[in-house]
Design a binder for this molecule. Structure first.
Ligand SMILES: [Zn+2]
Length: 51
């Protein structure tokens, strides 16, 4: 039987560029199309999520 090799799962934090708060964690299998915004709970800025 062949072993199935999974691509290494790399997890990264998306960090607020304004204040450095960790906003969400995403992995490299996540599809981020862009144009999505998340509101930072610390500085209240709306941050565009892009890789
Ligand atoms: Zn912030």
């Amino acid at each position: 039987m062949k072993k199935i090799k999974y691509p290494p799962l790399k997890r990264e934090w998306f960090v607020c560029p304004v204040c450095g708060t960790k906003l969400i964690i995403y992995d490299n299998t996540a599809v981020l199309s862009g144009g999505e915004y998340i509101k930072c709970r610390t500085c209240k800025n709306e941050i565009e999520i892009k890789k």
